[in-house]
Design a protein around this ligand. Sequence first.
Ligand code: TEU
Ligand code: CA
Length: 559
Amino acid sequence: MGSEIEDTAGIDRTWWKEAVVYQIYPRSFKDSNGDGVGDISGIIEKVEYLDALGIDVVWLCPVYDSPNADNGYDIRDYRSIMDEMGTMADWERLLAALHDRDIRLVMDLVVNHTSDEHEWFRKSRRGEDGYEDYYHWVEGDPDQPPNNWESYFGGPAWSYDETREAWYLHLFDEKQPDLNWRNPDVRADVYEMVDWWLQNGIDGFRMDVINLLSKPEGYPDGEIEGYPTGREHFVNGPRIHEYLRELYEETYANYDVMTVGEMVDLDVETANAYLGEDGDGLDMVFHFDHTFIDFGPDGRWDIGEWSVSDFEEIFTEWQTGLDETSWDGLYWENHDQPRVVSRFGDDEQYRYESTTMLATLLFGLRGTPYVYQGQEIGMTNADFESLEAVRDVDTRRPIEIMLEEGEIDSYQQIRDVVNYRSRDHARTPMQWSDGENAGFTDGDPWIKVNDNYTEINVESARSADRSVWWYYRELIDLREDEQTLVYGEYDLLDVPDPVYAFTRTLGDDELLVVLNWSDQEQSSSLSIEDGTLLVGNYSGIETTLSETLRPYEARIYRL
Ligand code: TEU
Ligand code: CA
């Protein structure tokens, strides 16, 4: 609790608002048995590390039994652990080890779809009694999908099933059929499973593409072209609020847990309908607005221009547009996004400065910050020199389509965009040391290790006097001490780009966040005479804000 503001009345304190969340993609975090795949025992080896970093909550990406068409986001059995990840007993040890250190555990909840190898789908495909309507089936011409909806991973959202002789819907891979939430039996089965995990003692859920659950009857064609066609029908679909409300009431309403909904295509108004007092029992959301900023005219596989004012506009809209009781999930990276320093910073000359500037922004905003594994040491994008090196279905599939359709003749034509955007950048192994395979595995890693591991790794970052790791450590501490950083109101200051400055105010307490988002010196256009510097990524600054900010300089003051 911050000493300055202990007396500030009227804050409704909530643990998940004050928490810093650390996201683990288990396949790439730490391998304990030399098979090249990260696992639960590997995470247990690193619990001490997580504690040293100071985070409060771990969000663990899927570890459930899965054939791994989409690395665990295609679940075969919700109640057992994938062989490669370990056993239920390992998972219980992990939960205990985290709880021993007062770290909470949030699990991934993937209930828009299952694997096509899930028992429900196997029964449904055979038309077994009681399971016929567990998924979205439409009969018809095997050459003509029921409508023009597209998959997020490219290509049509429908596949024809020879066994059932009907089309089934999959908004992601064909091995990820969408569950039919209109069917009350599906909902009851899901709620029972969710409750089972809650009873196992977890502290919440990150809810995968949770605003896609409701699909309209009749499956009307999409009218709006784009990524992907049909989205006006299945994003925030007709019964979405009813389903989420019911899920809440049947399950986590009865527990002290946190929920964060990953919501595609979400705007602020719609977020308010899901969140807060009049919402559906969801605590916070992840929106995507700031991740679309650098899409080119041809979409995701095209690199577009972005500017600091685009970011200011988006963040300000969310910071000021969310209702008093709504809450935001703040992130730069996750397992679906490239490395932020390579994207919005400078991963060469100013890797330290730009990574820490971006971190200062993340921690300076109102909401709960999420740190993705490797972000805390400033990991960068890798070079995927051939299609063979690419692992992600959501990179491979679109490229295969481009090749089939003759949009490109070879992988090399798209390599630069892959090296900019692919989800695989987040999935290269965590760089623990300058040892073999970055200390991730004794075996052959399932995906390439970034070549720069000899320079960028946890061991060297922790032993350096100044490093990205120590800066994150400082920000995490600061947020723990300063309630104003958690609860304070956000106000944008009117300074010329590429400087971005805003204040956070709680009662009488006022903090100033000022960032130079460029590789050039900039005038801050602000003059602070007697502030107290709380954190900064350059040394040798005291109480005044000098006119000139150095490249990617970031500071937080108490005014
Ligand atoms: O992601 C949803 C989602 O919107 C992504 O597929 C996104 O479109 C893509 O990564 C490009 O940015 C969630 C999970 O986070 C992702 O890993 C899964 O592949 C997907 O759902 C399906 O479960
Ligand atoms: Ca392993």
